[in-house]
Write a protein that binds this ligand. Sequence first.
Ligand code: 5GP
Length: 192
Amino acid sequence: MDLLKEKIIKEGKYLGNGVLKVDNFLNHQIDVDILNEMGKEWYRIFRNENINKILTVEASGIGVACITAQYFKGAKVVFAKKSKSSNIGNDFYSAKAFSFTHRNTNELIVSKSYLSEEDRVLIVDDFLASGEAFDALVSICEQAGATVVAVGAAIEKKDQGGAERMKKRGIRVESLAVIEKMDDDGTITFSD
Ligand code: 5GP
């Protein structure tokens, strides 16, 4: 998606160690216009897939998921929680994911009420790096018997292997901007 790539070049900042800072428009301050374009693009790709659930993980994925869901009429957003709130009870699916940015392991939790074998799910998030977060979300869908139509990241960092990991699991990947490499001088190279 050219608009997103331009935005990354203009406003993204490579921090080193494989970390790209895009909190000017994606995961601190949010540019709703670019999120809208992302939602439109995923709708263009998946409009015939009868998606009824958009699954993500708190916190950065929620904005992306909600704006995307507006294009899939009637689709609900479900976000995995990173901690058990007192009202979730014991009826939940869970899977562990190591966080690339926080360097800790989270148990991702989704209530059994909000995912079932009738669901056709698009999983979205801001980044696809090593694929830990998506892997856990796919596991949660499997526990529920739901169909994963695809995973989609706004930004995929190809060299961190997450897309390969998903494809090996038989999961379709549709990222909107695929970064081939980031150099120490700040140069960002896209795959296509
Ligand atoms: P993965 O689980 O694929 O290794 O990493 C994905 C998660 O880590 C995303 O939820 C995202 O929030 C965070 N993340 C991974 N790489 C980056 C990055 O380069 N920049 C930022 N801001 N977050 C990242």
